[in-house]
Design a binder for this molecule. Structure first.
Ligand SMILES: [Mn+2]
Length: 375
């Protein structure tokens, strides 16, 4: 981190003479804009990673930071969800023009738009193009150099587990932000975004309100998360979960989750450290990927066959709570690559067109045999 940023509130609390000294460094235009915003209050539009618990928490924590330390009285906050997709990620017309307020992007890729004044991200691949990265570095250099020539703040640190904790730390260290009142939210954003569940039981039984809320946020339709963010800013996770419109979404999802557990209880078998199952006779919209390890905690690997409308999938995973030392674990991505799939060292997948179910089944059998041979 290292982007300098001015704190607009510091202007308001300074004696007029010192304040005007400071403001001399700013362009007349920017000075006037900040003054107007300070006097009348305007809109801060917060763009966040949609259908993601960390994205929603980031938007909520940024709202508090802006309200308490960066903005003044009279600001209105609005929210826009962003999704990764092919083509243009940002719609320039969705950003508030500079005289109308500010735009923030949290937990999502960088935008070089001059309308974006605040950016926080922790993803490995935060820059879509080398030009975007250059724009960010130029912005930082300007902010670190002249200091007062830049209004806003852009912060990037891929070492952070969640963007929520990045915003909280930057806010605390640079802007005197009190993060104490929502320590629970920050802790859960780290657990969920880092998939650091204490056990398969915690991940599958979902006793904690944050886990249920995550499930709802990930599966809900458009327009749901913008309703949740303002509540996350005012209430505890438990109170948010208790809202009738959240409960209405949760009910059917919980039912689907429970029947997923029952189906896998019937279909999974464990042999020499490897769980296998075949649920291709059921069209599924996915299942909680920790269920196999919940049912067979002593397993090391899992090879599952499932089917959706557009593909038959061989999913290969490693038990996140296995006692096997990491250096002895198989490289799952390398195995999947041999079958035309891919993934990460611990989880991977191979997809086949629906009509090639036999090939998928053969691959699943071979991969399971290879993993059992390591036992
Ligand atoms: Mn995130």
């Amino acid at each position: 981190m290292g982007a300098g940023a001015i704190n607009p509130r510091s202007f308001a609390s300074l004696p007029i003479r010192v304040e005007s000294e400071l403001r001399r460094g700013l362009s007349i235009e920017l000075r006037r804009t900040i003054e107007l915003r300070w006097r009348f209050g305007v809109e801060c539009r917060v763009f966040y990673h949609d259908h993601c618990f960390d994205g929603a928490c980031s938007a909520s924590v940024f709202t508090r930071l802006h309200r308490e330390c960066l903005g003044g009285a009279g600001w209105a906050y609005s929210y826009g969800g962003l999704m990764h997709r092919a083509g243009l990620l940002f719609d320039e017309a969705a950003f508030v023009p500079i005289e109308g307020g500010e735009n923030a992007i949290v937990d999502f890729k960088y935008s070089a738009s001059p309308r974006v004044t605040w950016w926080f991200d922790h993803h490995q691949s935060a820059f879509l193009t080398p030009e975007d990265q250059r724009d960010f570095l130029a912005w930082q250099a300007q902010a670190n150099g002249a200091g007062v020539n830049v209004h806003g703040g852009k912060f990037y640190d891929p070492a952070y587990v969640s963007c929520t904790s990045l915003i909280a730390d930057v806010g605390r260290e640079r802007f005197g932000f009190n993060t104490e009142p929502f320590a629970e939210l920050i802790r859960w954003a780290d657990i969920v975004d880092g998939a650091k569940y204490e056990s398969a039981q915690a991940a599958v039984e979902m006793a904690a309100p944050a886990m249920k809320l995550t499930m709802v946020i990930e599966s809900s339709g458009d327009g749901f998360v913008p309703r949740v963010i303002p509540l996350l800013t005012e209430m505890s996770l438990d109170e948010v979960l208790g809202q009738p419109f959240v409960q209405a979404e949760l009910g059917p999802l919980m039912e689907r989750h429970m029947s997923g557990i029952e189906l896998l209880r019937e279909r999974t078998t464990l042999d020499r450290g490897v769980i296998t199952f075949d649920i291709t006779d059921r069209l599924t919209e996915g299942y909680n990927k920790f269920i196999p390890y919940y049912l067979h905690p002593e397993a090391t690997y899992n090879v599952g066959l499932s089917r959706s409308s557009f593909r038959t999938k061989v999913a290969v995973g490693t038990n996140p709570w296995t006692k096997v030392p990491v250096e002895q674990l198989a490289n799952v991505a390398a195995i999947c690559e041999r079958y035309g799939g891919g993934g990460h060292a611990r989880v991977g997948a191979v997809s086949y067109p629906p009509e090639r179910e036999d090939a998928a089944r053969r691959a699943a059998v071979e991969i399971a045999a290879e993993l059992r041979a390591r036992y």
